[in-house]
Design a protein around this ligand. Structure first.
Ligand SMILES: Nc1nc2c(ncn2[C@@H]2O[C@H](COP(=O)(O)OP(=O)(O)OP(=O)(O)O)[C@@H](O)[C@H]2O)c(=O)[nH]1
Ligand SMILES: [Mg+2]
Length: 346
């Protein structure tokens, strides 16, 4: 899963990026666009690895992209190119000020900042849609895309991002070529100053996130960057000391899953224990297709068990005798944390 860290210049994108990559390898000025991949920590995978002792353990991978904010245009051609590879948007807004970064004349207003980011995205999409329609008009094309584009434009005119528009699968398909940025599931990242109490609320930002239907993540990029330099053991202590319930990394992982409505399922065995992500509501064959396209095509049945049940039983054999292993068909909806073994033929 690829997450784009997006926002105004000086909002703390690169600082946050460095806290996620935990590396000083990214240039300190933060101007050079960076990409870093992390393994999504998953305790279920760890526990399964203890049971199966596989040759290989594979976690879900999440990549963070530090999107360059142009001086004048947030959605510069360069930023748009970077955003092409992204599946989720983490929109960073500024709620910190210090001697080196004084608050702007009107004061800090992170809720307004998020509204402005959203408007800029919708405007950029609006222009893309207009251009596309002009082209199609010249070519006298009036197909499903043409109709869907008008639906999109009607939404943009009312400042509604595409992700909040009800689209059919067909409409989504014909619009996908335009790569609208507002289609991306988004989370609002509130970058607060150090020393801001964990309980301190920003009611207008909370309200803004609710209105926009996006998960809200609150962190202090500067503190997180310092924490990232520590050893894992020290990190846990430091987080506790600072009263931080979850690290920036954990919060962004959770937020990204929530915004995209992804869940994870596991495959287990002596060769590999592995976590996979799939959209909430996916059927067993769709999940199987994530592992291998042959498994989807030749899907017969899936053996399914929850990781909790398997942990309680301690082995697949015991789970079988206790009747915890279920045989599910094509219509079965896979749930978060389930272990899925696909029977298929090709
Ligand atoms: N006090 C404080 N300073 C911060 C915080 N987050 C970022 N900064 C500082 O704000 C400045 C800008 O942060 P960057 O991470 O470079 O911001 P950016 O969004 O990458 O900016 P551009 O790359 O110019 O778009 C740096 O000097 C950071 O150290 C924070 O939570 N608290
Ligand atoms: Mg930067």
């Amino acid at each position: 899963m690829d997450v784009g860290i997006f926002g105004n210049t000086g909002s703390g994108k690169s600082t946050l990026f460095r806290s996620l990559s935990g590396a000083a390898s990214v240039s300190a000025q933060g101007k050079s666009a960076g990409v870093c991949a992390i393994k999504v920590p998953d305790e279920r995978v760890d526990r399964m690895a203890e049971i199966f002792r596989p040759k290989k353990v594979t976690y879900i991978s999440m990549a963070f992209h530090d999107i360059d904010a142009g001086e004048t245009d947030l959605l510069s051609p360069q930023a748009l190119t970077q955003l092409r590879d992204v599946e989720v948007l983490a929109a960073v807004v500024r709620a910190f000020a210090d001697d080196y970064h004084p608050a702007p004349p009107g004061g800090l207003d992170p809720a307004a900042e998020f509204r402005e980011l959203s408007s800029a995205i919708v405007l950029s999409d609006y222009l893309v849609a207009q251009k596309r329609i002009e082209r199609m008009t010249k070519e006298a094309k009036r197909d499903a895309e043409w109709t869907a584009l008008h639906k999109a434009i009607a939404a943009f005119e009312r400042e509604i991002p595409l992700r909040n528009v009800d689209l059919s699968v067909e409409e989504e398909r014909v619009l996908s070529g335009s790569r609208f940025v507002s289609r991306l599931p988004t989370l609002l990242v509130l970058n607060v100053g150090e020393g801001v109490g964990a309980g301190e609320m920003y009611p207008d930002v909370t309200e803004e996130a609710e209105k926009a239907k996006v998960p809200l993540v609150r962190l202090c990029a500067k503190v997180e960057e310092e924490i990232a330099q520590l050893s894992p053991a020290e990190q846990a202590d430091f987080l506790k000391e600072m009263g931080i319930a979850r690290s920036a990394r954990d919060q962004l992982v959770r937020g990204a899953f929530e915004a995209t409505r992804y869940i994870s399922f596991l495959t287990v065995g002596e060769d590999e224990v592995r976590a996979w992500n799939v959209r909430e509501g996916s059927t067993a064959p769709t999940a199987a297709g994530k592992v291998h396209s042959d498994m989807e095509k030749g899907f017969i049945r899936a053996e399914v068990i929850s990781s909790d049940d398997l942990l309680r039983c301690g082995s697949m054999a015991k789970a079988k005798t206790e009747g915890k292993l279920r045989l599910e068909g094509k219509e079965y909806i896979v749930k978060d944390g389930e272990i899925v073994h696909v029977r298929f033929n090709v």
